[in-house]
Design a protein around this ligand. Sequence first.
Ligand SMILES: *[C@@H]1O[C@H](CO)[C@@H](O)[C@H](O)[C@H]1NC(C)=O
Ligand SMILES: *[C@@H]1O[C@H](CO)[C@@H](O)[C@H](O)[C@H]1NC(C)=O
Ligand SMILES: *[C@@H]1O[C@H](CO)[C@@H](O)[C@H](O)[C@H]1NC(C)=O
Ligand SMILES: *[C@@H]1O[C@H](CO)[C@@H](O)[C@H](O)[C@H]1NC(C)=O
Ligand SMILES: *[C@@H]1O[C@H](CO)[C@@H](O)[C@H](O)[C@H]1NC(C)=O
Ligand SMILES: *[C@@H]1O[C@H](CO)[C@@H](O)[C@H](O)[C@H]1NC(C)=O
Ligand SMILES: *[C@@H]1O[C@H](CO)[C@@H](O)[C@H](O)[C@H]1NC(C)=O
Ligand SMILES: *[C@@H]1O[C@H](CO)[C@@H](O)[C@H](O)[C@H]1NC(C)=O
Ligand SMILES: *[C@@H]1O[C@H](CO)[C@@H](O)[C@H](O)[C@H]1NC(C)=O
Ligand SMILES: *[C@@H]1O[C@H](CO)[C@@H](O)[C@H](O)[C@H]1NC(C)=O
Ligand SMILES: *[C@@H]1O[C@H](CO)[C@@H](O)[C@H](O)[C@H]1NC(C)=O
Ligand SMILES: *[C@@H]1O[C@H](CO)[C@@H](O)[C@H](O)[C@H]1NC(C)=O
Length: 505
Amino acid sequence: MFSVIYALLAFPLLTLTYAQQIPLLHPQPDTWNSTLNPASLNFTNTGITSSNQTANLALTLNFERSNWAFSSIALDDFYTSIPSNATTLPPGSILKVQAFTNTTTYTLPPNVALSRIMYTTQNLRNETVPASAFVLWPFLPLSSAEYPGLSNPNPSINSTKFPVVAWAHGTSGIFAECGPSHIRNLWYQYSAPFTAALAGYVVVGVDYQGLGVNTTSNGTGIPHPYLTVPAGANDLIYAVQAAQAAFPSKLSKEFVVMGHSQGGGAAWGTAVREATNPTVGYLGTIASSPTTNLTGEIALHADVVPPTLGFFWAEAIRTLYPNFNQSQILTDEGLARLRLAKEQGMCNSAVGALLSDFPGSDNGTILRKGWNTLPEIAKYLSLCDVGTQMIKGPMLMLQGTEDPAVPYLFTDASVATTCAAMGNGTRWSGIEYARFEGVSHVPVLFAGQRVWLEWLAERFGGVGKSEGGSGCVVRNYTSMAMPAANYQKELGYFLELATQAYQVA
Ligand SMILES: *[C@@H]1O[C@H](CO)[C@@H](O)[C@H](O)[C@H]1NC(C)=O
Ligand SMILES: *[C@@H]1O[C@H](CO)[C@@H](O)[C@H](O)[C@H]1NC(C)=O
Ligand SMILES: *[C@@H]1O[C@H](CO)[C@@H](O)[C@H](O)[C@H]1NC(C)=O
Ligand SMILES: *[C@@H]1O[C@H](CO)[C@@H](O)[C@H](O)[C@H]1NC(C)=O
Ligand SMILES: *[C@@H]1O[C@H](CO)[C@@H](O)[C@H](O)[C@H]1NC(C)=O
Ligand SMILES: *[C@@H]1O[C@H](CO)[C@@H](O)[C@H](O)[C@H]1NC(C)=O
Ligand SMILES: *[C@@H]1O[C@H](CO)[C@@H](O)[C@H](O)[C@H]1NC(C)=O
Ligand SMILES: *[C@@H]1O[C@H](CO)[C@@H](O)[C@H](O)[C@H]1NC(C)=O
Ligand SMILES: *[C@@H]1O[C@H](CO)[C@@H](O)[C@H](O)[C@H]1NC(C)=O
Ligand SMILES: *[C@@H]1O[C@H](CO)[C@@H](O)[C@H](O)[C@H]1NC(C)=O
Ligand SMILES: *[C@@H]1O[C@H](CO)[C@@H](O)[C@H](O)[C@H]1NC(C)=O
Ligand SMILES: *[C@@H]1O[C@H](CO)[C@@H](O)[C@H](O)[C@H]1NC(C)=O
């Protein structure tokens, strides 16, 4: 009512005011605002000769760079100026707080706010290393009606505080530039972090060690231990503790861990960590489309896995073996491509273009045949798998049955193994496995949005169907309103920065 009256009043007033000057509107940009030229890339020894591929590389790099909120990590003092106490403080310490991050150049929904923190975490060699994370703030906390405080066995929640979700993103890449905290849409946008913040949670989103901050204070590089769950679990737990220390009057002590894909593995790994190394305030885990059995996947498909895994691991393995000779995994051509990827800070889109001449499988051109049988790889892989160990529940798993990235059969098997290891609910609070018929990898977060939001609210409300030793429950969800084939399958949009008012009409 008010707005109608306001519009009626405002219209004649506005039309009576004649503008002296009418600035020209800008067209919605259809070119990227980064202008890298393919000629500036060093293709020496990469074996790349196709002019289409070099053009694609420049295009995808420009796309990635246009999605940086500010600039390269290398030029952003927040990530490059590392306090000297970064390797001496215990893990979980706060090193730096940027309470107000200017969101003008992020593509966030209105009425959320952003902070960035730098904190200490632990790498796979038990060394303390600095890492970065974002904190995405809601306008209002989860409604007090749903948030009355938990009963036994958890301590009471202070309902004047904001409930915390620790968020672990899926693969963005392995270099510093791939840290979500400097990407305009925080990498997973409405798939989870925006949605959780708008529902009333403070989202503590980890970059993961090696992404965002990529050196210690003395300049030693921090490789990203891609897909290893103990490192991801450390990053999550220590980010929560550091964020709580940074904002003690605002963040709840209680928290839920949530992740997708690579982050689903990290989240599951956190539930494993909690079983032996419990943290005050831990309420449970949501693991979506998780990587749980890479050993199995590689054993089955060693020579036909897309080269990305071996390519990333040749770099990532240095987190365990700093002097590892990468030519044990990569051919000369593979080494040259890794050099180029590193020089340019390539993330998912650009690495896709870099390896696009091997769409399905490598044939020994990039990865040395037998790379997967190296003992160092076996050791590394053993840190990537979950699904055989005890966990601390409750845990919600989300999985689509048409997920091309994480085949559901592996998740089915890992759930069954974990349930068996746990004695099927006789001495723990439960696992809820939600399977979504016909649903793909990231989209399961949309198909299952109601399920995970309700589950989250239950954790903070202290009630829930999975509490109290109810064991393993498998729920199969099918599309209810329309046949599965009628539903939009994948994300069909991206977020672009609006620079003019007419673009948000
Ligand atoms: C891209 O846009 C951002 C935000 O407007 C700006 O800070 C940055 O300088 C631009 N980059 C280039 C290369 O123009
Ligand atoms: C390109 O990379 C090769 C291999 O590292 C190096 O020898 C050469 O100097 C580089 N060229 C330029 C122009 O930087
Ligand atoms: C390069 O791309 C164009 C346009 O898609 C296509 O027609 C052409 O066949 C491609 N060339 C090669 C060598 O792949
Ligand atoms: C670590 O160093 C930074 C920068 O000097 C300082 O702001 C912070 O308080 C220190 N942290 C601790 C716990 O001493
Ligand atoms: C945020 O940054 C924009 C430029 O990107 C600037 O115009 C604005 O004043 C900044 N806001 C604050 C509160 O600093
Ligand atoms: C790191 O610490 C854990 C727990 O104390 C231990 O099991 C593991 O062997 C240590 N790893 C290394 C590389 O020292
Ligand atoms: C940098 O610090 C790390 C961790 O404290 C230490 O292991 C390494 O030797 C140092 N490197 C240099 C070049 O001082
Ligand atoms: C850290 O990332 C920046 C930005 O991409 C890059 O310039 C720098 O070489 C990286 N440092 C290390 C040690 O990898
Ligand atoms: C709840 O948190 C608020 C804000 O930090 C604090 O003022 C209040 O004392 C806390 N209440 C309890 C019961 O701890
Ligand atoms: C991993 O996958 C392999 C191959 O399918 C299978 O043999 C193994 O049992 C699986 N492990 C777990 C923990 O599910
Ligand atoms: C492997 O890839 C190279 C480079 O693209 C190609 O020349 C060769 O024919 C391929 N070999 C097989 C067996 O596919
Ligand atoms: C766990 O036990 C319940 C009740 O006996 C049973 O229905 C269910 O199939 C079991 N789940 C698993 C994964 O074994």
